[in-house]
Design a protein. Structure first.
Length: 583
């Protein structure tokens, strides 16, 4: 039990401390105010003794006159202490939750792509929204109660022992069983809380999936299926919360019943003449009142324990993400502007979750300023190969060099600055078209540059018809635009980026033949003087490449010019007939 506690709770506390440290003054003020609060509660009970022993004696009315003033004064002080402690703790905990959210969010920006491949995004969202909130609740609500009532308990015990340590030692009889119950339920609370977090992740995931794919749900009549899927995770959440509520509801009365044994024992002991006569009626009342006074804080303590353990479990879930290794960025070299000579030497790569390599020994050289077209059946590894250049994944073996420098020796920022990608899946941010084109470089480019890029990518054609022109907002992930329009924005983005290496992964697949011709011209201009890796599905793009590389099942099976490969009548010839026969 104790090792379980020290094994889990203390390290978690220690890791929370750096988040609290910047606000430690407010934290200390809060704790002091809580001590005052607990002290006043104890003082009020201790006041009973002079009240009974002196005040209720005939002839001492002077003392009684001061009691009302004293009482009001104490309550004003107690109220102020309450305000200060609650306010300061809320202030600290809101800062802690903000800092934790920011830390987790920034961690997401540094984690490797494979981390996200392996986890549902709903779970990761719920860590930022739900889990951090639980930590904050535990620290503002639960921690206030624990510390404040903790002080009250200590003060009450102090009074009892001060009055009669013999009688008060009886309380230690119930200490061990109470401690055992608390330790037992605490562990249970934490375990259930972990399940609740998982269930919340499930709820977020299911909601997110349905919202993202809601047109598919409607089109395929998947409403009943989705509703059922959601009902399952929703109910899981309810079940776990009920388990928590049940454990909470049992632990509270259990501790009180155990406590009642102590109270009973004190009364029993007092029934002996010798004990009773060893103290004044005032002392006896104070001891009994202090014991009664213990019940309310103990009740609150057992209640907030659940919330507190929930916070601990949530903090552990947050820390588990923070413990994940960042994307490897140990390179130290930087390239201000590369020539763009690309070399791949025997590159072998497998996804962490795939069985067997997806790329099996790729050798490829793209001279600076030249273009290579990658063709091959779907699933042959073309996209995978292109994601290795910006180092989204680590190689199993082999080397990729840029201007002769191993790309793992470059800093990620410097390497990625050399590359502009137009990928199959265009991602737009909920912002204006202009800001989407100038994504992440808004500060460094002029409006004219954005317009020029937009013009070259034929974005202007449809933008001119929009009410706000380039400042039109595109909606979440660009829902207000067609596939072709989105792709043109992505092309404009690549044009503006002006990087020496260009990756075009079926960059024009969403365009009709008419617009494609126009944009193809723009892309050809863009390719001039740049090294480009073009994954193409249309003949026109392929023909103009300096070299064509045919991939199949993760290997390069043919390479050469269009004419050479056709003459060979091999894999390319087949592909050509299948894919481009109709053109
Ligand atoms: P292509 O672009 O040539 O159509 P891909 O490079 O996209 O092919 O895919 C190559 C293989 O890698 C496929 O078998 C695909 O299932 C697998 N694959 C692609 N992405 C992932 C991923 N993130 N995790 C695991 N396997 C993947
Ligand atoms: Mg692909």
């Amino acid at each position: 039990m104790s090792d379980n506690k020290s094994g889990q709770v203390w390290p978690t506390f220690k890791r929370l401390w750096p988040f609290v440290r910047p606000y430690k003054q407010a934290f200390i003020v809060a704790v002091l105010a809580m001590a005052v609060y607990g002290g006043i509660d104890a003082a009020l009970i201790y006041m009973l003794k002079p009240f009974i022993d002196n005040g209720l004696q005939p002839g001492d009315t002077e003392f009684l006159r001061w009691v009302p003033v004293f009482i009001v004064g104490m309550f004003v002080l107690r109220g102020s202490a309450n305000f200060v402690s609650t306010y300061c703790m809320a202030w600290v905990s809101q800062h802690v939750i903000r800092a934790m959210r920011q830390t987790v969010f920034e961690k997401y920006l540094r984690l490797p792509v494979s981390f996200f491949d392996a986890r549902p995004s709903g779970e990761l969202i719920s860590k930022v929204t739900y889990d951090t909130e639980q930590v904050s609740r535990a620290s503002s609500g639960a921690l206030v109660t624990m510390v404040r009532d903790g002080f009250t308990v200590v003060a009450m015990l102090a009074i009892m022992f001060w009055e009669s340590w013999q009688l008060s030692s009886i309380i230690f009889l119930v200490g061990p069983p109470v401690a055992w119950v608390i330790a037992f339920v605490s562990r249970r609370f934490r375990n259930i809380s972990k399940n609740i977090q998982a269930a919340m992740g499930g709820v977020t995931s299911a909601t997110e999936q349905t919202l993202k794919g809601h047109k598919n749900v409607l089109a395929f009549g998947g409403q009943a299926l989705e509703a059922e899927r959601f009902a399952k995770v929703n109910n899981q959440n309810r079940q776990q919360n009920m388990k928590l509520a049940a454990a909470q509801a049992i632990s509270q009365p259990a501790i009180q019943v155990i406590g009642s044994f102590a109270l009973a024992a004190v009364f029993f002991a007092a029934s002996f003449e010798s004990v009773l006569h060893s103290m004044t009626p005032g002392s006896f009342v104070v001891i009994i009142s202090a014991m009664m006074g213990l019940l309310a804080p103990l009740k609150r303590l057992t209640r907030v324990n659940a919330e507190f353990q929930r916070g601990i479990a949530a903090a552990q879930s947050v820390f588990s993400v923070l413990d994940e290794p960042d994307a490897r960025d140990t390179g130290t070299q930087t390239l201000s502007s590369s020539q763009g000579k690309l070399t791949m030497e025997n590159v072998v790569f497998s996804y962490p979750n795939s069985d067997g390599p997806v790329l099996k020994g790729i050798d490829l050289e793209v001279p600076a300023g030249k273009s290579v077209a990658l063709v091959g059946r779907s699933g042959s590894g073309k996209t995978t190969l292109s994601t290795l250049l910006p180092r989204f994944y680590e190689l199993d073996s082999g080397k990729i060099r840029l201007d002769g420098v191993d790309i793992s020796e470059l800093t990620l920022a410097s390497l990625r600055q050399q590359i502009a990608t137009v990928s199959q899946q265009v991602v737009l941010f909920n912002d204006s078209i202009a800001n989407n084109i100038a994504y992440a470089c808004e500060e460094n480019v002029s409006r004219e540059q954005i317009e020029a890029a937009a013009k070259a990518a034929h974005v202007m054609e449809f933008v001119e018809k929009l009410p706000d022109g380039l400042d039109t907002l595109v909606g979440e992930d660009g829902v207000l635009l067609s596939g072709g329009q989105r792709q043109r924005i992505a092309i404009a983005r690549a044009i503006l980026r002006d990087a020496p290496i260009l990756i075009l992964d079926e960059a024009t697949s969403a365009l009709d033949t008419e617009s494609e011709r126009a944009i193809q011209a723009a892309l050809e201009t863009l390719q001039q003087g740049r090294t480009s890796l073009v994954i193409a599905h249309r003949l026109s793009t392929i023909e103009s490449a300096d070299e064509i590389v045919v991939m199949d099942q993760g290997q390069i099976v043919e390479r050469g010019s269009h004419a050479e490969l056709l003459a060979k009548q091999g894999a390319y010839f087949q592909l050509y007939q299948l894919q481009f026969g109709e053109e």
